[in-house]
Design a protein around this ligand. Sequence first.
Ligand code: F6P
Length: 473
Amino acid sequence: MSRLLLVSNRLPVTVKVEKDSVAVARSAGGLATGLRRPHERSGGLWIGWPGDVSRLSDAQRTRVEAQLAEQRCVPLHLTSSEVNRYYEGYSNRVLWPLCHYMLDRIPRQDRDWEVYRKVNERFADLVAKQYQPGDIIWVHDYQLMLVPGMLRQRLPEARIGYFHHIPFPSSEVFRTLPRRDELLKGLLGADLVGFHTVSYVRHFSGSLLRQLGLDTDVDCITWEGRQVRVGAFPMGIDADAFDALAREVGVLEDVASVRRGAEGQRLLLGIDRLDYTKGIPRRLLAVQRLLEREPSWRGRLRFVQVAVPSRTQVEAYATYREQVNELVGRINGQYGTVQNVPVHYLFRSFNEKQLAGLYRAADVMLVTPVRDGMNLVAKEFCAARPDDDGVLVLSEFAGAADEMRGALVVNTYDIEATADAIEQALKMSETERRERMRGLRAQVKAHDVHWWVSHFLGRLQGLPTVSVNRAKE
Ligand code: F6P
C-alpha cells in the first residue's frame, strides 16, 4: 500500500491562541472537513499551515508540535508577512475572486506574486523532504497551484495529483491574470488534475489551448514529455457520519428546542462561511421580497442564517460583513414585531452536532451562492435528513447543482425567481418533498467523500508510470 501525502494550505486543525490558553481546534471549510476522515483512514501524512503560532512560548510550541505529530500533521509555519501576502494577498485577493468571476475585486497591483511563488517553493521543499519512494502526493487547491510543477522538478518519478476545490473560470476570465502561464504550467507538473465538474475541466482545457497552445486529447495532455490527465471528480461528504449524527438523541433534543422557539413558523436555513461568493445579500433580498409581496408569510417565517467568520483580515470580507449586517437590520426593522423578527443572524462557528440539529430542524435549506466550486453544505443538509423531509433550494452557480437533481435549482441573480423558489419549497406537498429528498440522499450517499477519494486516487494510481520520453527509448 502506498503512503498518501496530503498537501494543502490549511491543516485539518488550526492552532488558536486565546489569552494564555492554546487550543488545537478543527479547521473550518470544505477541504479541511471533507478530507479529515480519509486522512484518518489512510495512515499517511498531511502537510500544511497550522495557523499562527508566533505568540506561543517554547513549551506551548512543543506541546502543539506533539499534538500535530500525533495526528500525522506536518506543519509548515508561515511568517506574518507570508500570511499577509501569500494567503490573504495572492491567494485570497487575486486567485479567489478571479476563479469566482469577480474581476473587479482584484487589486490593480500584482505585488504579492513573488511571495506566493516563494511559499509554494517552501511547500514543495517540505513535501520533497517527507517523500519516500512509492508515496502518492495529493496537492489541494488554488493556494498551491505552482507546487505540482515544483515537485516534478524535485521528484521527477513521483506520482502527483492535484485537485482544484473552487471553480476554474472560463479562459476569457483566466486570461486576464498576468501570471496565467506560470500557474497553468505549475498544474501541469501533476499526473492527474481534478476538478468538481465537467465545465471546470473544459475551462481548464480551454485555457491550456489558448495560453499554451496545448490540445487536450479526450482527457490527456502531453507536456514536457509526460502525459497529464484531467478529469471531473465531484467531491462528496462523509454522508454516513452526518446521517448517524442527525439521529443522535442530543441532536434530536436540539431540533426540538429550535422548533419550540419557532412554533407556528416555517424555518428557512442558510449556513455559509461569511464570503462574498455565498450570495447572502441576494438571499436576504429574496426573503424580503417574499415578505413584501406575500403578507400572509409575515410572522410565519423564520430565516436562520449562520455566517462563519472567515478571512477577516481581507478588507472585502469586512465590507461584506457590514453589508450583511445592514441588510439584516433593515429587514428585521421592516418586518419584525415586538414578539418576533424574520431573520436570525448568527455570526459564529458551529460544531458538526449543532449543524446537524439545524439541518434537521429546517423546512427549507437555502444554498444560493453567486458562484461556488461545489458547496458541501447542500450535501450535508441531505445527509442529515434521515426523516426524508426538507427542501433544498440550490443555486445553479454551485458545482453541486450538476448532481443534485432533486433540488429546486435557481438563478440567484434573479431575486424574484429565488423568492418564487422559496415559496414553492414552502408550499411543496409532503409526497413531493419526500420523493425529492430520497433521491438526493441516495445520490449523496452513493458519491460520498470516501468514494471521491478512491475514485481520484484509483485513477491516479492506475496511470502508466512510464513517461513519454522513456517509452520511446
Ligand atoms: O476550496 C475553498 C477553500 O480553500 C476550502 O479549503 C475551504 O472551503 C475554504 O476555502 C476555507 O478557506 P480558508 O482556508 O481560507 O479559511
